[in-house]
Write a protein that binds this ligand. Structure first.
Ligand SMILES: Nc1ncnc2c1ncn2[C@@H]1O[C@H](COP(=O)(O)OP(=O)(O)OP(=O)(O)O)[C@@H](O)[C@H]1O
Length: 303
């Protein structure tokens, strides 16, 4: 669906995307995970054919965006980072008018809007204005609108940023449904849990480069241990790093806590107690993509 080789995006002298190789296969959910400024949106905009590449090779659906932009765009759905719904129109009209842009007849546009209202679980709000909708509803409507042309490939830039947990889960559920229908998804996100939930494969980006690639499970087993013991200490107090360093394969020091990477978190915690170390709180959890990112870059995803 997408093949990028040594893909570069420059803004003046600044390289936002610094020679990345990416391959997205039909039917998969593929993710770009990284912190703000990693180059995710810049990459997405090149794939969406709205921003030309500066260098390297890019094929979308086997076509070249430089020469075949309109043909590619006709087969894509794009959900931008900011909702750009038409607030002059009702929920239903947003879908119908957009469907007409894509060349559907009036009757086809009406039928398509009805189908997508069901999909977005907005049928009961069909004739309401857009403005009073919740953030999650607006997001679902934006996604529904991106589907009017039955796209093979759907690009979602930070689909759930700013939404509450319930709204996020509802939205993920809609995306799972699309995937089950065979739509290929490409998602950018700085939420590790979103990447873990949604993506079959992903690349971790930082500073315009890809720093790791694989399935969430592969990345976690390659770059982290099975478990993590988190120890929190009072603010301003120096964490007893030397006293715990031998209890883990690796220790990360964050401003408010120590992270001990180990296959056996409970056993390590027992030793912490045996040694008379008294953290404010402790937690044993499974490793996540956040730990992968921390290991690869020395920074947390959301600072
Ligand atoms: N139009 C532009 N002109 C100049 N610099 C830009 C432009 N768009 C993006 N950049 C810069 O390129 C870098 C990558 O930005 P990009 O938006 O691709 O990152 P991102 O990973 O999507 O981050 P975010 O999560 O904040 O959207 C940033 O340093 C950004 O300031």
């Amino acid at each position: 669906m997408v093949r990028a080789k040594a893909l570069v995006k420059r803004f003046g002298g600044f390289e936002a995307v610094r020679g990345i190789d990416v391959e997205v296969r039909r039917g998969e959910a593929f993710g770009f995970l990284g912190p703000n400024g990693a180059g995710k949106s810049s990459t997405m905009r090149m794939i969406a054919c709205v921003s030309p590449r500066s260098d390297g090779d890019l094929r979308i659906l086997g076509l070249d965006p430089d020469t075949d932009g309109p043909r590619i765009r006709a087969r894509l759905g794009v959900v931008p980072q900011q909702d750009n719904l038409d607030t002059e129109l009702t929920v239903r009209q947003n879908l119908q008018v957009y469907a007409r842009y894509f060349g559907l007849s009036r009757a086809q546009a009406r039928a398509k809007a009805a189908e997508l209202l069901e999909f977005a679980q907005l049928a009961d709000r069909a004739d309401d204005e857009v403005e009073p909708l919740s953030g999650g509803m607006k997001r679902r409507l934006t996604i529904a609108r991106s589907l009017v042309n039955d796209p093979e490939l759907l690009l979602l830039d930070e689909p759930t940023t700013g939404l509450d947990p319930q709204a996020r889960h509802l939205l993920w559920d809609r995306l799972f449904r699309l995937k089950a229908q065979g739509v290929t998804l490409i998602v950018t996100t700085h939420y590790m849990d979103e990447a873990e939930q949604l993506c079959d494969r992903l690349v971790v980006m930082d500073g315009g480069r890809i720093v790791a690639e694989g399935s969430p499970a592969e990345l976690i087993s390659r770059y982290s241990t099975r478990e993590v013991l988190e120890l929190r200490f009072p603010p301003g107090e120096e964490a007893p790093l030397a006293a715990v360093a031998d209890l883990a394969e690796r220790v990360e020091v964050l401003p408010d806590r120590l992270l001990l990477y180990t296959a056996a978190g409970e056993a390590a915690l027992e030793q912490v107690h045996v040694r008379g170390i008294r953290p404010l709180s402790s937690l044993v959890r499974r490793s996540s993509l956040e730990d992968v990112f921390l290991h690869l870059t020395g920074r947390t995803l959301v600072d």
